[in-house]
Ligand binder design. Structure first.
Ligand code: IMP
Length: 199
């Protein structure tokens, strides 16, 4: 196995979401070379057919490893809202339909929460890493709450309506560096980097 202590480890990040690429690039070590699907010349929309984040993350990394034979990782993230029984959860991307509209998803979420006093929620990220075909999983969680109206222009997805615990701004009102102080994705990636450093 290649350690990232002494040389560069090349990893494909199995996503087409440029926001996720930017966020992860902002936290990884310099000796980890992250290649996007686009940079690897892979133009597919990897399916996410399962009912858990873990199965979807595993499925995505396996598709790319089987196609390329290159070490890779994928991540699947969901927003769990307590008073909605954990919805939208694993269906976060397609909550309001298959066109995956961030706006329509927020609209649906806010309307379902009308009249519900408990607005607690969390983002959960699961990363599946495949090194030489062996899988390791990492998780990152960010607790917080859903506000009643959109605030901010940064970020993506549900960022305009989510305030992490300990903050008074939504993710969409934060710079990427500020979001990284709280972010589910950052926590999962930190574990991934620590694992790679330990190889
Ligand atoms: P997936 O992991 O690509 O399936 O993403 C699920 C959906 O969750 C995305 O389409 C976004 O709407 C949302 N999402 C994932 N990560 C974040 C985040 O960091 N902030 C806000 N929304 C997110």
């Amino acid at each position: 196995c290649q350690s990232i202590k002494n040389r560069t480890l090349k990893l494909i990040f199995a996503t087409n979401n440029q926001h996720k690429v930017d966020e992860i690039r902002s936290v990884i070590d310099k000796n980890l070379e992250l290649i996007t699907l686009q940079e690897a010349g892979i133009d597919i929309d990897i399916p996410e057919p399962y009912n858990t984040l873990k199965e979807n993350a595993s499925g995505k990394s396996k598709v790319i490893f089987d196609m390329t034979g290159i070490n890779c990782f994928s991540e699947d993230t969901g927003l769990e809202v307590d008073s909605l029984g954990g919805e939208p959860g694993v269906k976060s991307a397609r909550y309001a339909g298959d066109d995956r509209s961030f706006n329509a998803n927020i609209e649906k979420l806010l309307s379902k929460l009308v009249g519900k006093p408990d607005r607690s929620a969390r983002f959960k990220t699961v990363i599946s890493l495949l090194i030489d075909g062996r899988e390791t999983l990492f998780e990152g969680i960010c607790e917080g709450r859903i506000i009643t109206e959109r605030r901010g222009e940064q970020g993506f997805g549900y960022d305009p309506v989510f305030i992490p615990a300990g903050a008074d701004k939504t993710f969409a009102e934060m710079t990427m560096q500020e979001k990284n102080k709280f972010s589910h994705r950052k926590k999962a990636v930190e574990k991934l980097v620590a694992f790679l450093n330990s190889l």
